[in-house]
Ligand binder design. Structure first.
Ligand SMILES: [Fe+2]
Ligand SMILES: [Fe+2]
Length: 315
């Protein structure tokens, strides 16, 4: 790891022109959109409390229980933005283009949580009281990665995480079978995709400047990857429900998140790695194989479960 690779501080400086170029590309690609245009305001009505309206009841929700779970997990994940802002601010610093990017990215992300919340409240899709209580708990707890805010690890993490979030929003939207909800979540997914591209391209540059340290960071992140919402109460149960619905599961994580990004980086084609990075890459290859097997096993179990449920409903 010590083979004349630049330190993280040097790397932050060396990557700065690439950050500026990616920022320009992002600003040219990102189309302005108005969250209020995506919310069916005429469907909204007053709630109980100071307005004296009608309290929420599950019968008012047009979406299924599983769709509600996915929507709440996605929204709570977006809600933790102050923590994510702090994490990337501390990893990247605010010098030059890094700082400009963090501001822009935070502003774009800020739109996601507010737009989803407006939608869910206007359509009474989820329990607003439970949602608010959960938001308080989740945000109070905050989010912390386990990578000591190291720039390369953070870049690797967000490259995968933005893509995972994109897919999760897109599939949740489809799963609701509510065309307007799908439209909003698809719009948000476009933002997430651009975020992924930004981080993925930067890590691509880092792999050229400091291949050993970057490969190590990628392996560490893949090995310990957890969704940013993993600290939400009941996340294990909820993520199983989300996986059984095919909204986000191991197959998607393997085939639509990890592998495409690794392929883009041509990570398995990099030559001249030091022994430690070579070892990390071997572990990564073995991990991906094992993940593929696990994903297949989960798919089989899901099929069996579906078949059993179909049988039971016939009986
Ligand atoms: Fe977002
Ligand atoms: Fe994002």
């Amino acid at each position: 790891m010590s083979r004349r690779e630049p330190s993280q501080t040097d790397l932050l400086h060396e990557l700065e022109p690439a950050v500026a170029a990616e920022l320009d590309r992002h600003l040219a690609m990102a189309k302005e959109w108005m969250p209020h245009e995506y919310v069916p305001w005429t469907e909204a009505s007053n709630f109980d409390g100071p307005m004296g309206g009608v309290a929420w009841d599950v019968s008012q929700s047009r979406v299924s229980e599983t769709a509600r779970t996915a929507l709440v997990v996605n929204l709570l994940t977006e809600d933790n933005l102050p923590s994510y802002h702090r994490e990337i601010y501390e990893s990247f610093g605010r010098d030059g283009a890094w700082g400009t990017w963090i501001g822009r990215w935070t502003a774009e992300e800020g739109r996601h949580g507010t737009a989803i919340r407006d939608y869910l409240l206007a359509t009474r899709a989820v329990d607003p009281v439970a949602l608010e209580r959960e938001r308080m708990i989740h945000m109070t707890q905050g989010f912390e990665t386990s990578y000591q805010l190291d720039m390369l690890h953070t870049l690797a993490y967000v490259s995968f995480q933005e893509l995972a979030t994109r897919i999760s929003h897109r599939n949740t939207g489809r799963f609701t079978e509510d065309p307007f909800c799908e439209q909003l979540l698809a719009r948000i997914a476009v933002d997430e995709n651009l975020h992924m591209v930004f981080y993925r391209n930067l890590l691509g540059q880092a792999l050229e400047l400091a291949p050993d340290a970057s490969v190590q960071a990628v392996w560490d992140v893949v090995e310990g990857f957890e969704m940013p919402g993993s600290t939400i109460e009941g996340f294990t149960r909820r993520s199983l429900q989300i996986a059984l619905a095919g909204i986000y599961d191991l197959r998607i994580h393997s085939d639509e998140v990890l592998n495409p990004v690794l392929k883009y980086w041509k990570l398995f084609e990099i030559e001249g790695l030091g022994p430690q990075a070579e070892q990390a890459r071997d572990k990564l290859a073995a991990f991906l194989e094992a993940l593929d097997t696990k994903a297949g096993r989960f798919e089989d179990k899901r099929e069996q479960l579906k078949a059993r449920q179909a049988q039971q409903s016939k009986a």
